[in-house]
Design a protein around this ligand. Structure first.
Ligand SMILES: [Zn+2]
Length: 189
């Protein structure tokens, strides 16, 4: 299975991407991979769905994202049907079989740098100027170098992203989700 970004937004062009192991780095090798000729390891990286702007239902009267188990089709607080339906809520409401937990170890949810707390346009530019690509920053740059360029706090968020230690408060109604620490990480702070 491959998951890739669409191409309508240039800064997000590599938001979803793949890594391969044991693949001959040639067009022939890639073709073999696509034809599933060999049992190479494919890993997909992509945005956590909860970060999406329309993940959960949003009440237009209360102007808030509705929490609670999906599907939320009306607002539980004011009873309004005047809502922007969330993708998850819609999915659950039309699913004709139970939706299991995602348990695909070949899919890695990764928060893009610009969604991490403390990374505004200036810090983002500085990181790219210093280290080259977002992939380098997310996967390879040593923590000391991140601290030197972006400061202690930002370096912590990047490393936690690298280690998969972030959670997301779901987005909705056109508002992106918000990155937070995993519950298990909070008491370590
Ligand atoms: Zn409401």
């Amino acid at each position: 299975m491959f998951s890739n970004s669409d191409a309508h937004s240039l800064p997000n062009i590599a938001r979803e991407y793949n890594t391969f192991e044991k693949v001959d780095p040639s067009f022939g090798g890639l073709l073999d991979l696509l034809k599933l000729k060999n049992k190479q390891v494919v890993r997909n990286y992509g945005l956590p769905p909860k970060l999406g702007k329309y993940h959960r239902t949003y009440c237009l009267s209360c102007e808030q994202i509705i929490k609670g188990s999906a599907p939320q089709l009306t607002c539980p607080d004011c009873g309004s049907k005047h809502v922007v339906m969330g993708v998850l809520d819609r999915l659950v409401s039309i699913a004709d079989r139970p939706m299991g937990k995602q348990n695909d170890l070949t899919y890695v949810h990764q928060v893009p740098l610009r969604h991490l707390p403390g990374i505004g346009p200036k810090t983002y530019e500085r990181l790219l100027r210093e280290f080259g690509t977002e992939m380098d920053v997310l996967h390879h740059v040593p923590v000391e170098d991140l601290q030197r360029i972006a400061g202690e706090k930002v370096a912590v968020w990047i490393i936690k992203d690298r280690l998969g230690e972030l959670d997301v408060e779901a987005g909705g109604g056109g508002i992106f989700g918000r990155v937070v620490l995993l519950e298990s990480q909070k008491h370590k702070e």
